[in-house]
Each structure stands twice: as structure tokens, then as C-alpha cells.
Design a protein around this ligand. Structure first.
Ligand code: URA
Ligand code: SF4
Length: 214
């Protein structure tokens, strides 16, 4: 089955899934979005209010910040895949529970296998826990690691950086490193290395006041 067909299959299954209690309050499931051959995959936590309304990932305030961070790394939504560890909104935006993460895990596993990205960026503590159980995000964020053949970079969640302005320079600096890390991963995977917009990304990081958040 082609990657695109696999992603379609997952989206169909998720839209009617009842494997955990989160389906009870679901308005729209948020399977994830992006091209089937994306080189970078972002994994967030779970849908919030707006995502549950629209069925699309990161469409609220955190999403607008994510768009700016992507731009800073020379990326747009059209060349990355964005998914979450749970596809249905946890009530009142509480953390997904372990049994919910387990129930939903196979969908994300299948998405990762189908897309086979060069890099996976986990956003926030919960999504980081998939690859770095027990790690402290304050000490590992921004560092790319090879976990069982996949290149994973844990990063702060954009919503955390919105609520805690002290984290903003860190998340911006981590995104600015992405183009170089992507080439590092490409080289290690034997994939073509592409000239990146490194200079513009670096310049933008050095002038964070240029980023208007709202
Ligand atoms: N926060 C997330 O973790 N995921 C979304 O899709 C939106 C906000
Ligand atoms: Fe199914 Fe995942 Fe939604 Fe739970 S969160 S109902 S496992 S799609």
C-alpha cells in the first residue's frame, strides 16, 4: 500500500475509533496533516478546543506560533507532517492518560512507518516520553538523537513557550538548528543533502523581537 493510501486508511479508522474514552467527547478526530513523503514529522500532544472543532492539528494560538517557528526554519506546513500522540481531544485539555496513549499508539506508529521521515520532532513532555522515557526536557531539548534508527529531536511545546515567555528563546534557537540537523540526518540516512536557508534562519533567531506572536 502506498504511504498516501496508508494515511487515508488511518484517517478513516481514527474518525470512527472507539478504542479509548476520548472518543466520547470527540467532535472531530485530528489524525494529522501533511504530505505523505514529508521529511520532517512533528508530534504534538493532542487536539485542543479549536482542533476538535476543525479536525486539523495546531490551528489555535500554539499553532500560529508553530507556523512562525516553521517559517524561521525555512519550512512551511506544506512540507512537514504534523500529528499528535492522541487523535481525540482530552476533556478540558488535560494530559492524555497512559491507557489512552497506549490505545492510540498504533495509529501514530503506522503514520511514522508510512511517512518514514528523516527527522521526528517531539513537541512537549508527553510526546517526548514516547522516545525518551523519564528524560528532563530542560536538559535534552534541541538535541538530536538516534533512537533505533530514527533521528528524534525533543523540543518544548509551542503552547508552553507561549505561557512561559522565558522558554521562547530556547524554542526559537532549537527551531533555528533544524535545517542543519535535517542535513545531518539526511547524510546519515543516505538521503540527498539540500542547501538550506541556514543564514536567514540564524539571523531571525538573533533578532527574536521581530517575531510578533499575536
Ligand atoms: N496542541 C497539541 O499538542 N496539538 C495540537 O494539535 C494542538 C495543540
Ligand atoms: Fe481512538 Fe485514539 Fe481517539 Fe482514543 S484518542 S478514541 S484511541 S483515535
Amino acid at each position: 500500500m502506498s504511504a498516501a493510501a496508508t494515511l487515508d486508511r488511518i484517517a478513516r479508522e481514527v474518525s470512527v475509533c472507539t478504542k479509548c474514552a476520548l472518543h466520547e467527547s470527540r467532535k472531530k478526530a485530528v489524525t494529522g496533516e501533511g504530505p505523505a513523503d514529508a521529511e520532517i514529522m512533528f508530534i504534538g500532544e493532542g487536539p485542543g478546543f479549536h482542533e476538535n472543532e476543525q479536525g486539523r492539528p495546531f490551528v489555535g494560538a500554539a499553532g500560529r506560533f508553530l507556523d512562525q517557528l516553521l517559517q524561521q526554519a525555512g519550512l512551511t506546513r506544506s512540507n512537514v507532517f504534523i500529528a499528535n500522540v492522541v487523535k481525540c481531544r482530552p476533556p478540558a485539555n488535560r494530559d492524555p492518560q497512559p491507557d489512552e496513549l497506549t490505545a492510540c499508539r498504533e495509529y501514530l506508529d503506522d503514520q511514522i512507518e508510512a511517512i518514514n521521515p528523516s527527522i521526528i520532532v517531539t513537541l512537549g513532555r508527553i510526546s517526548m516520553g514516547r522516545y525518551f522515557p523519564g528524560a528532563k526536557i530542560t536538559s535534552v531539548h534541541g538535541q538530536m538523537q538516534n533512537i533505533e534508527g530514527r533521528f528524534i529531536i525533543p523540543m518544548y511545546h509551542p503552547a508552553a513557550a507561549l505561557h512561559q515567555p522565558a522558554l521562547r528563546p530556547s524554542i526559537m534557537a532549537d527551531f533555528a538548528k533544524l535545517p542543519d540537523q535535517l542535513n545531518e540526518a539526511r547524510a546519515a540516512l543516505g538521503r540527498p543533502v539540500v542547501e538550506t536557508k541556514k543564514n536567514s534562519a540564524v539571523q531571525k533567531t538573533e533578532t527574536p523581537q521581530q517575531l510578533s506572536l499575536f
